[in-house]
Design a protein around this ligand. Structure first.
Ligand code: ACO
Length: 322
């Protein structure tokens, strides 16, 4: 059987940094409140000329270089984003063109904070069934463009960035198991009220922004991280002790800590980078992975568990040998 393995990783964070102290000057909040409730210290904000596509391009280039792959070997591009550059074409097609690749399928996946894992699941299945041999899976977001900077309840939580992996066909896993799910019941708990078919109108100030019922989302996120992690481990007849590193979606330090505690995982085996870049939605897992690999914490051969949860609600997981 053909398996998929991660051959390369890359990420990109915009140069501009917005610290909690900077936010203190913009709204009624404090560094202490933000750190205590979320663990976030700073977030990166895209410059005016930076887009989801331009950040995705940079992360993808770095992942392809890390994999030692040539551009003509790439035969699938999947991009998880909730903040695409244009209504169409897809941001994946924009990135494909800028990479100088022609012909291979390229498409966006919209699953909010689970977007990267939805793309990862798809690319894994493409590779397993012979539809691709080298796929680039990207998560990229410019959440700053849909952040209401007058709402302290959400503005402190989000940031911009991109992360990418190259998945390649291999005789050995690699990726052992992936799961994705959705339940549209909870649309209003976490959403952007406006969209194209509803009649997007940027002049209707305050309506094209992230709106969230924080407490309800918090409870649901913790319960779901636990459920999805157990589903994945049990699918492989495994045990939580098999996991060297838990790499969760970087939403909020308290969600990450509560999920780890419920799973019985010590924080020493959890990758938490949310302090550095806040919640970057679909970009957060590959960003956290890249930072942890660069720091030398995650090493080749380690067993990793990814888990994500986001608007929809959507959720997903993957267990793999890095
Ligand atoms: N600075 C200072 N005070 C604030 C701020 C702020 N930035 N935001 C809210 N407050 C105030 C509130 O107004 C409230 O004041 P009050 O008691 O006078 O009414 C008080 O702080 C407590 O507010 P809560 O909403 O109860 O605070 P809570 O401890 O629940 O923390 C938070 C809020 C951080 C949003 C939390 O609910 C949370 O983390 N929720 C999960 C949301 C999340 O991470 N979503 C990301 C998208 S989903 C995903 O990625 C998984």
């Amino acid at each position: 059987m053909t398996h998929a393995r991660i051959a390369g990783i890359g990420s990109y964070l915009p140069e501009k940094v917005l610290s909690n102290k900077d936010l203190e000057k913009m709204m009624d909040t404090s560094d202490e409140w933000i750190r205590e409730r979320t663990g976030i210290k700073r977030r990166h904000i895209a410059a005016d000329d930076e887009t989801t596509g331009s950040m995705a391009l940079e992360a993808a280039r770095r992942a392809i270089e890390d994999a030692g792959a040539s551009l003509d070997e790439i035969d699938l591009i999947v991009l998880g984003t909730a903040t695409p550059d244009k209504v169409f074409p897809s941001t994946a097609c924009i990135v494909q063109r800028q990479l100088g690749i022609k012909g291979c399928p390229a498409f966006d996946v919209h699953a909010a904070c689970s977007g990267f894992l939805y793309g990862f699941d798809l690319a894994n299945r493409y590779i397993q069934t012979g539809g691709a041999r080298k796929a680039v899976v990207i998560g990229s977001e410019t959440l700053s463009r849909i952040t209401n900077w007058e709402d302290r309840g959400t503005a402190v939580l989000f940031g911009d960035g991109a992360g990418a992996v190259v998945l390649e066909a291999s005789d050995e896993p690699g990726v052992m198991s992936t799961h994705i799910h959705a339940d549209g019941e909870y649309e209003e708990l976490l959403h952007v009220r406006q969209g194209v078919s509803i009649g997007y109108d940027i002049t209707r100030k305050g309506e094209a922004f992230i709106e969230m019922q924080g407490n309800a989302v918090f409870r649901r996120a913790v319960a779901t991280f636990d459920k999805i992690a157990r589903e994945t481990i049990e699918d492989l007849d495994g045990h939580i002790d098999d996991i060297d590193w838990f790499v969760p979606h970087q939403a909020n330090m308290r969600i990450i800590q509560a999920a780890a505690k419920k799973l019985g995982l010590p924080m020493e085996r959890v990758i938490a980078t949310v302090d550095e870049h806040a919640n970057t939605s679909g970009a957060s897992i590959p960003l956290a992975l890249d930072l942890a690999v660069k720091e030398g914490r995650i090493k080749r051969g380690d067993t990793l568990l990814f888990a994500a949860f986001g608007a929809g609600f959507t959720w997903g997981s993957a267990m793999l040998k890095y």
